[in-house]
Design a protein around this ligand. Structure first.
Ligand code: FAD
Ligand code: AMP
Length: 480
């Protein structure tokens, strides 16, 4: 086979593998380079962070621990008698591993079915759209392409006061692999990853303390929702301390001694394990030759334009390695758009309509602007909210907490923001995404018929509430 391709993708995470499949579907001769190797050193592993150590394994653990919590605390109230509910951590991990294996193997199958050539090794972009691949034995091969897509993803940020040791002070990957439930678990960073992993281990009985440097809890989330969430998480036993900056972590006699500073001064805490979840950094180690022509911004993100084009002709970059939210579906969207652009089409990613989800209990999901953002932009707006406490299906599911909140432009009624905290928020938010993609008004949703009884009726009611017309709750129409 010739070593010249129409498209070479470096990285097979949700940005890279999706771009490769789409490019092949569009008739382009495509190869995807991925360096990830199985633990036994024998085979290539596709799927990137998301499938191997991110979205999928974390959700596998969140699902199991949610069920465990229900069985332990809620079944009795349902009239289901259980006794001695126990968690088998090893079995839970085995199940997680099985799901990961099935999905990563599935990508290998999709590559085959679509005619994508999979190349196992570390890819490096050279000048002139050449890609040098070094295999696990150190042998190099060079390939040429008309277009190269860099999708090398991200890695956890390691901070000097708390270097990872793989056993006591770990990153998110380590936190998905604890062999047993830590008695006292510390988490640095109350971001999405810190809260999800904190929930997993708290549900299994760990005493969880989350230290967050910022004073505001979840500043990216609509604050009406974030304030309610903080109360609910505290009730679940997550001890979240905001305004607490971690300054040091030292392991002594199998305990992590953490120092931090809050409004009261210097503090200390002891943990059996510490998860450092202070964010992720773009990963380009060894992926770009000096003369590749690709430049980076001051934070190490590959510099791209609105359509993911780098400064080197024919070189594109997508996913966590470029600006924008570090989310799997954002990476995949960019991958598809780039493949289509290479094939001569002109689609664009609508960055205003990318949903965000935190998979805690309750789940939190949103698309568009928060009320704080709308206010800061000086826009006139109306708000409609509907609590799940007034939703029959949520009550039946024992999940009647949280709300749907819709923010609409006061003049045009166009939806500006759609926020959900509560059961299945990750699924319900898709309704807001579709509505916003179609430029829908709140009234469009209000005039739509929703099945009864469903959680989605809360969307209908929140849309009705925007104009003060909710049926199942007293209206407090707020004109801003
Ligand atoms: P990655 O998935 O990081 O893939 C990059 C790939 O490139 C890797 O396989 C890497 O081995 C390979 N690579 C790197 N350099 C080279 C090289 N030089 N040569 C060859 N191969 C190379 N996002 C969500 O949307 N929803 C979630 O629920 C969610 N949960 C998460 C939970 C956790 C614990 C974590 C850590 C992340 C989570 N994310 C979630 C984020 C999500 O995983 C990332 O946004 C997503 O994986 C980014 O995709 P990507 O393709 O840009 O990069
Ligand atoms: P995210 O970027 O969503 O993954 O969230 C990471 C969180 O970690 C942010 O809210 C940061 O404010 C927080 N953070 C970063 N450094 C520290 C630190 N030294 N101590 C406590 N929190 C931190």
């Amino acid at each position: 086979m010739s070593d010249k391709y129409d498209v070479i993708v470096i990285g097979a995470g949700p940005g890279g593998y999706v771009a490769a499949i789409k490019a092949a579907q569009l008739g382009l001769k495509t190869a995807c380079v991925e360096s990830w190797t199985s633990e036994d050193g024998k085979s290539q592993v596709l799927g990137g962070t998301c499938l191997n150590v991110g979205c999928i394994p974390s959700k596998a653990l969140l699902e199991v621990t949610h069920k465990f919590e229900e069985a332990s605390h809620d079944f009795d109230g349902f009239g289901i008698q259980t006794s001695g509910v126990k968690i088998d951590v090893a079995k839970m991990m085995e199940r997680k591993g099985g799901i990961v294996k099935q999905l990563t193997g599935g990508i290998a199958g999709l590559f085959k079915a679509n005619g994508v050539t999979s190349i196992h090794g570390h890819g490096k972009l050279l000048a002139g759209r050449k890609v040098e691949v070094t295999d696990k034995d150190g042998k190099t091969s060079t390939y040429e392409a008309d277009n190269v897509i860099i999708a090398t993803g991200s890695k956890p940020i390691e901070i000097p006061p708390a270097p990872f040791d793989g056993e006591y002070i770990v990153d998110s990957e380590g936190a998905l692999e604890f062999p047993e439930v830590p008695k006292r678990l510390g988490i640095i960073g109350a971001g999405v990853i810190g809260l999800e992993l904190g929930s997993v281990w708290a549900r299994l009985g760990a005493e969880v303390t989350v230290l967050e440097a910022q004073d505001t809890f979840l500043p990216a989330v609509d604050q009406q929702i974030a304030k309610d969430l903080l109360k609910q998480f505290q009730k679940q036993g997550l001890n979240i301390i905001t305004g607490a900056r971690m300054t040091g972590a030292e392991v002594k006699r199998k305990l992590v001694n953490v120092t931090y500073e809050d409004s009261k001064g210097k503090q200390e805490a002891k943990f059996d394990k510490l998860i450092v979840a202070v964010g992720r950094r773009p990963y380009t180690d060894g992926a770009l030759a000096e003369d590749s022509g690709v430049s980076m911004d001051e934070r190490g993100f590959i510099f791209v334009d609105d359509n993911c084009k780098t400064e080197a002709p024919g070189v594109w970059a997508v996913g966590d390695v470029v600006r924008g939210p570090m989310l799997a579906h954002k990476a995949s969207e960019e991958g598809v758009v780039v493949a289509e652009r290479i094939a001569g089409h002109k689609p664009q990613v609508n960055y205003d309509c990318i949903p965000n989800v935190i998979y805690t209990t309750p789940e939190v999901a949103w698309v568009g602007k928060t009320e704080e953002q709308v206010k800061a932009d000086g826009e006139e707006y109306n708000v409609g909210t509907f609590p799940f406490a007034a939703n029959g299906r949520a009550m039946a599911a024992n999940a009647a907490s949280g709300m749907v909140k819709i923010i609409a432009d006061a003049k045009t009624d166009r939806i500006l923001g759609f926020h959900v905290s509560g059961p299945q928020a990750s699924e319900i938010v898709a309704q807001g995404v579709i509505a916003m993609e179609f430029g829908s008004s709140a009234e469009d949703l209000a005039l739509t018929c929703f099945a009864h009884p469903t959680l989605s009726e809360s969307v209908h009611e929140a849309a009705l509430a925007v104009a003060g017309g909710a049926i199942h709750v007293a209206n407090r129409r707020k004109k801003k």
